[in-house]
Design a protein around this ligand. Structure first.
Ligand code: NAD
Length: 340
C-alpha cells in the first residue's frame, strides 16, 4: 500500500514515516523543505534501513499537485502534515498561513474527491477548543473562536474536509486533534528542529539546558492552577506517530463510523509548566535556569485531553511517560548540538 505523507520531513511527519516504513507500507513523501532538510531522509534511512520515495514539491502550486497525482495513481492513503505552524508569525502574516494551510488542503482534496476511494488523515490541533469550559476536553466540546490565524486554519481546515465528506462518501477522513507533541525517536536520529527562538516549552527547555538560551521564561504563575502555571497535555511524538498509523488503518479497514471523524490525541494528563521543568530536571539530572515572567497573550489556562474516544473507539493509547518524553527530547538536543 502506498501512502503519501505531505510534510513528511518535518517533526511529526518524519516520525510517522518511520512508523509506516517499519510496518512495511510503501511511503512517498512530499515536502518543500521550508521547515526541514534533506538530512531527515538520512535519519529515516538510518533508523529503518529504508528510504521513502521523496519529491520536493510545494503544495501551493496547484498544477504541480495535479501533475503529482497523475504520476502516482496508486496512492491508497494521504497523511497531510504540510503546513506553517508558528502562531506569532500567523498573526503578522495571516495570508501566508491561509495560503499555505488552506490552499494546499483544497488542492489535495480536489485530487482525492473523485477517486473511487480515498483515505485522508488531517493534522488538527487542540487549539480548536481554545479555553474549554470543561476539563478534560472531549471531542464534543465546542470549537471556540480562533485566537490566531494559525488556529483558524485548523478550524477552517476541518470544516473544508467535513463539507467535502458530506457530498463524497468515497472520501474517508479523520482529523487528529493533537495536544502538545514533544520528544524524539529513541535513536536521536530524527527530532524537532525549531527555526529561531522556539515557541514551544520543551525545545525552549532543552535549548536552555544546553546553554543556547540563557534562561527559560515561564509565562505567568498567576493562573488558577495547582502551582499558578499553565497546564498542557504533553504527548511523545512516537505515541502520536502510532496514532496516525492506527487512524489510517481504521480507514483502510473500513472501520470508521462516519466518513469524517475527529479524535483527540493526548495522554489525558495535564502538567503545569513547573511540573514539566522539574520532570525534565529529574529525568536528565540537568538543572534549569528559569524565571517567571508575565503571561503571554493568547495562552489558555489549561488544556488536556479526554482520551476515551481515542482509547475505546480508535483503539490507541499513549504509552510514554512525561519523563521518558523529556529524556528523549534532551538526547536529541545533545545529538544535534554535538554535530555543530
Ligand atoms: P513541521 O514544520 O516540522 O513540519 C511541516 C513540514 O511541512 C515541514 O517539513 C515543511 O517543510 C513542510 N511544508 C510546509 N509547507 C509546505 C508546502 N506548501 N508544501 C510542501 N511542504 C510543506 O511541523 P510539525 O510540528 O511536524 O507539524 C505537522 C502538522 O501538525 C502541521 O500541520 C501542524 O500545524 C500540526 N500540528 C503541530 C503541532 C505541534 O506542536 N508541532 C500541534 C498541533 C498540530
Amino acid at each position: 500500500m502506498k501512502i503519501l505523507v505531505t510534510g513528511g520531513l518535518g517533526f511529526i511527519g518524519s516520525h510517522v514515516v518511520v512508523e509506516l516504513l517499519e510496518r512495511d507500507y510503501e511511503v512517498i513523501v512530499i515536502d518543500n523543505l521550508s521547515n526541514s532538510s534533506l538530512e531527515v531522509l538520512e535519519g529515516i534511512h538510518a533508523i529503518t534501513g529504508k528510504k521513502p520515495e521523496f519529491e520536493k514539491l510545494d503544495l501551493r502550486d496547484k498544477s504541480d499537485v495535479q501533475d503529482f497525482f497523475k504520476r502516482h495513481a496508486a496512492i491508497t492513503g494521504v497523511i497531510h502534515f504540510a503546513a506553517s505552524k508558528a502562531v506569532g508569525e500567523s498573526v503578522e502574516n495571516p495570508l501566508l498561513y491561509y495560503e499555505n494551510n488552506l490552499n494546499t488542503l483544497v488542492y489535495l482534496l480536489q485530487e482525492l474527491q473523485d477517486l473511487p476511494q480515498a483515505h485522508f488523515i488531517f493534522s488538527s490541533s487542540c487549539t480548536v477548543y481554545g479555553q474549554a469550559e470543561q476539563l478534560p476536553i472531549t471531542e464534543t466540546a465546542p470549537v471556540q473562536p480562533a485566537a490566531s490565524p494559525y488556529g483558524n486554519t485548523k478550524q477552517i481546515g476541518e470544516e473544508i474536509i467535513q463539507d467535502v465528506c458530506n457530498i463524497k462518501p468515497t472520501l474517508q477522513a479523520i482529523a487528529l486533534r493533537y495536544f502538545n507533541p514533544i520528544g524524539a525517536h529513541h535513536s536521536s536520529l530524527i527530532g524537532e528542529l525549531p527555526l529561531g527562538t522556539p515557541q514551544n516549552l520543551v525545545p525552549y527547555i532543552t535549548q536552555t539546558a544546553i546553554g543556547l538560551r540563557e534562561q527559560l521564561s515561564v509565562y505567568g504563575d498567576d493562573y488558577p492552577t495547582r502551582d499558578g502555571t499553565a497546564i498542557r497535555d504533553y504527548i511523545h511524538v512516537m505515541d502520536l506517530a502510532t496514532a496516525h498509523v492506527v487512524a489510517l488503518e481504521r480507514l483502510l479497514n473500513h472501520k470508521a463510523a462516519t466518513n469524517f471523524e475527529t479524535f483527540n490525541i493526548g495522554t489525558g494528563t495535564g502538567s503545569t509548566v513547573l511540573e514539566v521543568v522539574h520532570a525534565f530536571e529529574k529525568a536528565t539530572g540537568e538543572s534549569l535556569n528559569y524565571k517567571i515572567v508575565a503571561r503571554r497573550e493568547g495562552d489558555v489556562t489549561a488544556a488536556y485531553a479526554h482520551t476515551a474516544q481515542a482509547n475505546d473507539v480508535l483503539g490507541w493509547k499513549a504509552q510514554y511517560s512525561l519523563e521518558e518524553s523529556l529524556a528523549s527530547a534532551w538526547e536529541w538536543e545533545k545529538k544535534v548540538r554535538s554535530k555543530e
